[in-house]
Write a protein that binds this ligand. Sequence first.
Ligand code: SPD
Length: 373
Amino acid sequence: MKIMNKRKGTYVAALIAAGALLLTACGGETTATDEPTSTAPAGEFPTSGSGVVNLYNWTDYIDPALLEKFTAETGIEVILDVFDSNETLLAKLQSGATGYDVIMPSDYMVEQMIGLGMLQEVDVASFPNGKYIAPEFMDVYFDSGRKYTAPYMYGTTGIACNTKLEPDCENIKSWKDLFTGNYKNVNALKDQVEIVSAALRATGVPAADLCTTDTAKYIAAEELLAGFKPAVIDNDGGNERMITGQASIRTSWNGDTHRMKMENPDIIFIYPSEGLNFWSDHMAIPVGAPNLDNAKIFMNWMMDPANMAAASNFSGYNNAITGTAELMADELKNDPGVIVPEEFKSLLSPIPNCGEEARELYTQVFTTWLDSQ
Ligand code: SPD
């Protein structure tokens, strides 16, 4: 039993209106420039520039061709660095990396970073393309009024299963089935929020209580996870392992599963019966960004419906920009793993930003699980 020495604390979950949201659900230092670019005069929004924008994004989450299009249209070169989890992103910035202009934290991490004073308040809603932010994504719990962030993709986290390699796919209905099924060739996300929340759900913790500080609930989750032994635990490379058949089951983000399915139609996406995390990722400018205007130009350009639709078509996820649906690929719009079917909508709930005490419990359960592999 590794959970001990808890401090008392409270957490008030500030959840976004999941119902409204679901209606739409139809490394090393960067090579940043040393000199900050000047900013545009007050009242003017910059739309073209020169130099670079240093983008720190999730792995395999934006089409290189789209970045080339951005350069052709704005004169700004994109230097891309990638991370594999919100916790990696936070640790990187906290370790002193200062070269990034645009970063891509998820919902709960946006709120943490704002609280830590790590993001610049640039009033994204007032950008020329801020008008395209879908209304239900404007007053989100982590950035009400879009002062700091521009929406990118959103999705959910469930189970990808290859029906040819794993005949039992149809019997995997829940997180508990997965964690206790002793399946072979399983991969898991290396993401403490995703894994521990799934284990809490599997042991009966309701969505509204995912930031509990009741130690007994974490002990139950830890005990459940003790029997779950994936062959690979990694956020990156999982798509390829599923596509090639090296892995037959994976805890998986739905858009990544969509991309797997495009290559291997034997793969299905399972909505676990205890519920799934509904998450969203957002563009933000860290304090100290060397190229502020270029960062704003990039975020604004990405919110153009044509560009955001292209990003969806590449990444496999839906997005929070209006006017993109008609530009999205039919196979994306018709994928029940991406456009959540009515019967599953009530299973989704936003990832809450837990307080420090609960976050520490998540870390302990996750670390204990990783150490036991
Ligand atoms: N291929 C990268 C997909 C990134 C998805 N974001 C996940 C957020 C989890 N909370």
